[in-house]
Structure formats: structure tokens, C-alpha cells
Design a protein around this ligand. Structure first.
Ligand code: ZN
Length: 119
């Protein structure tokens, strides 16, 4: 079990396990957010507090909802609009507790161009 929270604490997200790796992506939105994504499914991660305190941002083909806290602006997670239980639920690992960030392995993903990992 691991928990993530936005800066003001209004939004708390829980996942069933620590991530083995987090992904930093250079696509147009991820590089602006500076997020490092820990990938889960909607079955293995969930908002446990403040579900009404987040706002979604959609762009392009509008298939992914990027969420941030309405109060403090922290980017907390993204998920697919279809809300499939097996669909991706990606938590911004920078919202984990600081002690949970120690030793987290990071991979760089080229979402801007090749859709391959760069390492
Ligand atoms: Zn907040």
C-alpha cells in the first residue's frame, strides 16, 4: 500500500503496492507537468479523499483525463475517459511521501516522438 496526496492535502490517492519503476515522459503535457508517473489500473489505485476536489484537463482526442487539485494545483493522476476497471490509472509519484521517493527507479519515455523508452 502506498499513498499520494496533493500539496494542500485535499486529495489523497491510494494504490495497492509501491511502484517498481516510475516514468518520466517528454511529451507536450508531461514535460510541462514535470510528473513522474507510477502506473496502475483503476482496480489497483483509487482516490480515497477529495474525489470532488479534483478537476480534469482533456486535450487533443480527449481520451485521457489529467487531474489536478482545484485548491493547490498539484497534478495528481491521469486515467482514461472510459473508466475501464483494467484501464490505466497513473499516479504522479511526486505526490508520494518524500520517504517513498527514495530509491525509486526512474525511466525516461519518449512520448514526444518514438514512444520508446530512452534508457
Ligand atoms: Zn490540493
Amino acid at each position: 500500500m502506498i499513498r499520494a496526496s496533493c500539496h494542500c492535502g485535499a486529495v489523497v490517492i491510494e494504490a495497492d503496492r509501491r511502484p517498481s519503476v516510475v516514468t518520466s515522459c517528454n511529451c507536450s503535457i508531461c514535460r510541462r507537468y514535470g510528473a513522474r508517473w507510477a502506473y496502475y489500473t483503476r482496480k489497483s489505485a483509487r482516490i480515497v479523499r477529495g474525489a470532488g476536489r479534483v478537476k480534469a484537463y482533456l486535450w487533443g482526442d480527449k481520451t485521457i483525463e489529467f487531474y489536478h487539485c482545484k485548491a493547490c494545483g498539484s497534478v495528481t493522476h491521469y486515467e482514461g475517459v472510459e473508466k475501464n476497471p483494467d484501464g490505466r490509472f497513473a499516479i504522479n509519484s511526486n505526490c508520494f511521501a518524500a520517504e517513498d521517493l527514495v530509491d525509486l527507479r526512474e525511466r525516461r519515455f519518449d512520448g514526444a516522438d518514438t514512444w520508446e523508452y530512452l534508457d
